[in-house]
Ligand binder design. Structure first.
Ligand code: ADP
Length: 377
């Protein structure tokens, strides 16, 4: 017999432990999967003011993310609604690239930098092949597992849940990784935005500090132009048609070597191709992976041997003190009430099925007059 209530079973499964941090879309918890004993990270996404329930497109996109499986992409293990929030369950990772770059006790050799960049680009290449953009690449979205493997996190979330709100203080740093076409207000853009961000991360690995630290979007463009020279229309013909285009004072580019004195010629060549102004002329992720930088000596360090910060203490299923009461993420066992559908929906949308406490149980797809229970995620 098939399980009549799959999402409830999912929700019963995870024991919440400590908060790992507050991110762009909500709080991230450490949790234990009681079925497997595996430590996971659960991202709780607030859906608060969305009266129509979870957007249909968002759910379909999340289903797509669940199918994106690659060694350099964080695995989305599960997704379920609970108390009006969407919970995304990811594999747990020990640390992230930001912590590696900031850790003054860590020495990063040229081969280590190459390895971290290669894993970043491999993850990106996989997703670009599937037509998914990241749009929010930054070192703290590059998570590092216990075997040194680097995995891209938060893939596609920017598109599903909207661009991260730049007013939040923890989001201001994301500006430093924004491509010039975005800063000039481009509404249509492609995988080049992720290449630019990856170039900023490459530069940060070389410098051990963020490369272009703008304090506003205008200042960010100023910092970019000071590093690479003000772009000319000949260099980037579409630039002048971008919605927020303004003319900047012409400044010449200093030699790239002066900005990255310790980088190899191959590293500088790849960097300059990734930092190309015109997104149409910018190197693709796949081409970047084929660049001689990755095949010339020194070869990328084996991930297992990469230097990384000491992992924080891991909580195990056996650590549970039930007196202290880890939170069980499951809706109370009460009868469930189907919320009446609302008139005037535009297109398809999802209604959560709430129990008596107003907790979300299942997703219910409302299509015209027909309400069907659907195990979408
Ligand atoms: P942001 O939106 O600012 O990128 P996130 O929501 O991704 O932040 O993450 C918030 C916090 O949770 C960070 O400290 C991050 O390191 C941690 N975190 C996120 N995902 C995981 C994971 N899969 N494993 C371990 N920690 C994670």
């Amino acid at each position: 017999m098939t399980d009549p209530d799959p999402s409830k079973k999912v929700a019963d499964r995870y024991l919440k432990r400590e908060i790992l941090g507050e991110g762009t879309y909500g709080v991230v918890y450490k949790a234990i999967d009681t079925h497997t004993g595996q430590t996971v990270a659960i991202k709780k996404i607030r859906l608060g003011k969305q009266k129509e329930g979870v957007n249909f497109t968002a759910l379909r996109e999340i289903k797509l993310l669940k199918e994106l499986k690659d060694p350099n992409i964080i695995e989305l293990i599960d997704a379920f609604p609970h108390k009006g929030n969407l919970h995304l369950v990811f594999e747990f990772m020990d640390t992230d690239l930001e912590a590696v770059i900031r850790d003054r006790n860590i020495f990063l050799s040229p081969a280590d930098t190459k390895s971290y960049l290669q894993m970043t680009l491999k993850g990106l290449a996989f997703c670009h092949k599937k037509w998914v953009l990241h749009r929010d690449m930054k070192p703290n979205n590059l998570l590092i597992g216990s075997h040194g493997q680097l995995k891209l996190a938060d893939f596609g979330l920017a598109r599903i849940f909207g661009s991260p709100d730049r007013r939040f203080t923890h989001q201001v740093f994301a500006r430093w990784y924004r491509a010039p076409e975005l800063l000039f207000g481009a509404k249509q853009y492609g995988s080049g935005v992720d290449v630019w961000a990856a170039a900023c991360i490459f530069a940060e690995l070389l410098l051990r500090r963020p490369f272009l630290q703008g304090s506003s979007d205008i200042d960010q463009l100023g910092k970019i132009f000071a590093a690479f020279g003000t772009p000319t229309p000949a260099q980037w013909p579409d630039m002048v048609y971008l919605p927020d285009y303004v003319e900047y004072q012409c400044v010449p580019a200093p030699p790239l070597r002066t900005l990255f004195p310790t980088a190899s010629d191959d590293a500088l060549d790849l960097l300059s191709k990734m930092f190309t102004y015109d997104p149409k002329a910018r190197i693709s992720v796949q081409q970047a992976l084929e660049h001689r930088y990755f095949s010339s000596a020194p070869l990328p360090t084996d991930p297992e041997k990469l230097p990384r910060p000491a992992p924080k203490k891991e909580s195990r299923a056996s650590d549970f003190d039930l007196q202290q009461g880890p939170t069980v993420l499951s809706p109370p066992r009460k009868s469930r009430r189907v919320m009446p559908g609302r008139d005037g929906f535009e297109g398809n949308s999802f209604q959560g099925v709430k129990d008596d406490d107003g907790n979300f149980g299942d997703f219910r797809q409302t299509v015209g007059d027909n309400t069907v229970l659907t195990d979408y995620i």
